[in-house]
Design a protein around this ligand. Structure first.
Ligand code: GAR
Length: 195
């Protein structure tokens, strides 16, 4: 079966990438990760990729904390082009994506966010949901644009919030939903003719 090529970008523990890899290994997801990129040396996605022989790249950004300098992002674009990626998958990547990358891959960068957007964009969305005393939240896969979690929504999954939930229990429940949703969305992109 033909496979689409993805690059995965992440800054955290990498559980979404692990879920994507599990779906691939189960034989149901015709997707090939060709590059794992992190701005955090030692990030989970790098270890997962290393263990499977998937090429990795560590971004070194010294000027900004919430984005990349234009030259650093341009270098990343070069690597992504060289790897011939069809789709860029943000999985816990905690920086804003700016114009060199957005312009190079229009409608080819997707992100997973731990809330039902447009509610609770930004940092630690599960804490925002608890503070707002919401009774449900969830996760969203969306196209990335220049805003903070504002791009077109592709798919969502709802998660209940229970009395007594802590930030940890709620985030864990949202992550279970993320681990289902992200491989499902990738399967849609992997259908013949999408790219
Ligand atoms: C996920 O919950 C993801 O939704 C969130 O970071 C976590 C990464 O977990 N992303 C954001 O908040 C982006 N705004 P992981 O490293 O275990 O996949």
């Amino acid at each position: 079966m033909p496979q689409i090529k993805i690059a995965v970008l992440g800054s955290g523990k990498g559980s979404n990438f692990r879920a994507i890899l599990s779906a691939i290994m189960s034989g149901h997801l015709p997707v090939r990760p060709v590059l794992a990129v992190s701005d955090v040396p030692g990030a989970g996605i790098l270890t997962l990729a290393d263990n499977l022989g998937i090429p990795t790249m560590v971004i070194r950004e010294e000027k900004y904390r919430t984005r990349l300098s234009e030259d650093v992002e341009s270098a990343l674009v070069g690597e992504l082009r060289a790897a011939n990626v069809d789709l860029i998958v943000l999985a816990g990547y905690m920086r804003l994506v700016k114009s060199p990358l957005l312009d190079a891959f229009p409608r080819r960068i997707i992100n997973i966010h731990p809330s039902l957007l447009p509610r609770f964009p930004g940092f630690e969305a599960w804490k925002q949901a608890l503070e707002a005393k919401a009774t449900t939240t969830g996760c969203t896969v969306h196209f990335v644009d220049s805003g903070i979690d504002t791009g077109e929504i592709i798919a969502q999954s709802e998660v209940p919030i229970y009395p007594g939930d802590t930030p940890e229990t709620l985030h864990a429940r949202i992550q279970e939903a993320e681990h289902q949703l992200y491989p499902e969305v990738l399967a849609r992109f992997a259908k013949p003719g999408v790219f």
